[in-house]
Design a protein around this ligand. Structure first.
Ligand SMILES: [Zn+2]
Length: 280
């Protein structure tokens, strides 16, 4: 697909366009996207944040306070990075263009494309250091949203009762989609942690999983209760099917389901709409 057709592509086609490219190419494509008139009209603010070792991009629509939606655009070596994390980049773009079609009334949205997530959340940390969290209500961050029908939310414990979280869960319930909270890791970590550490409680990560993955959950919780180390927990987590292609040469769009991508985009879009409508 020609990158100039990116804007009119569906989410799955966007993933196909991004997969197999390295992060420089991904950045180039995102920058190209910004150059496209349609996208330029879409956003009210574009920031290309260069920091010591990398570069974040973010696009905002409307004014603060903002709801953040996030993805990282970097990719590990020797992986086409379709699910990790082209899926999230494509969904982020799709949510932004839906909001462009149907603007919010009371709130703005910030779409994040972070660099160097894979090297230890360096990009998102650079973002919060530079811009802080005061203009954000919360952040919906995404990792591996390309396959499955169950929404895993992490790191979120049973007690958490925050606006973005509550709204997303209730939108999922309306559609008959199961959600499950994981108090700690799914993957090692994710960009929501940079915001959380800065004090933004209502920031968490969405990952799509399957019934098969869910069967691993009791094992995981057992290990968690027994005080296993993060490395030991990861060893258990890694056996779940969602991680079968994670960081591997097989992380291709073949293992991505366009229905899942559409579902995540719709859920996020509906949640943002609901929050906007009730915001005073
Ligand atoms: Zn990732």
């Amino acid at each position: 697909m020609d990158i100039s057709k990116f804007f009119s592509a569906d989410i799955y086609e966007m993933v196909q366009q991004i997969e197999g490219t390295d992060k420089l190419k991904r950045k180039e494509n995102l920058e190209f996207l910004v150059e496209l008139t349609q996208f330029r009209n879409l956003v009210t603010h574009i920031e290309n944040q260069e920091y010591s070792s990398g570069q974040n991009l973010y696009f905002s629509l409307g004014n603060s306070p903002y709801i953040g939606i996030g993805s990282h655009y970097d990719v590990v070596e020797n992986s086409p990075g379709a699910n990790d994390n082209a899926s999230a980049v494509a969904v982020t773009i799709d949510v932004l263009r839906k909001i462009k079609e149907n603007p919010l009334r009371n709130l703005g949205v910030k779409g994040f494309f972070f660099d160097e997530e894979e090297l230890g959340l360096i990009g998102s940390r650079a973002y919060v250091e530079r811009y802080g969290i005061n203009d954000l209500l919360g952040v919906y961050n995404m990792e591996l949203v390309g396959n499955g029908n169950i929404l895993a939310l992490w790191s979120v414990d049973e007690k958490q009762d925050t606006l973005l979280l509550r709204t997303l869960e209730s939108e999922a319930r309306k559609k008959g989609i199961q959600t499950i909270r994981f108090p700690r890791i799914i993957a090692n970590t994710a960009d929501h942690m940079s915001f959380r550490k800065k004090g933004l409680e209502d920031s968490f990560t969405l990952t799509m999983i399957t019934e098969e993955d869910l069967k691993m959950a009791p094992l995981y919780y057992q290990a968690l209760n027994q005080g296993f180390s993060p490395d030991e927990l990861w060893e258990i987590t890694e056996k779940a099917p969602v991680f079968k292609h994670y960081h591997k040469p097989t992380d291709t769009s073949e293992h991505i389901d366009s229905k899942t991508l559409e579902l995540v985009s719709d859920l996020l879009y509906n949640s943002i709409r609901t929050i906007d409508e009730n915001y005073k």
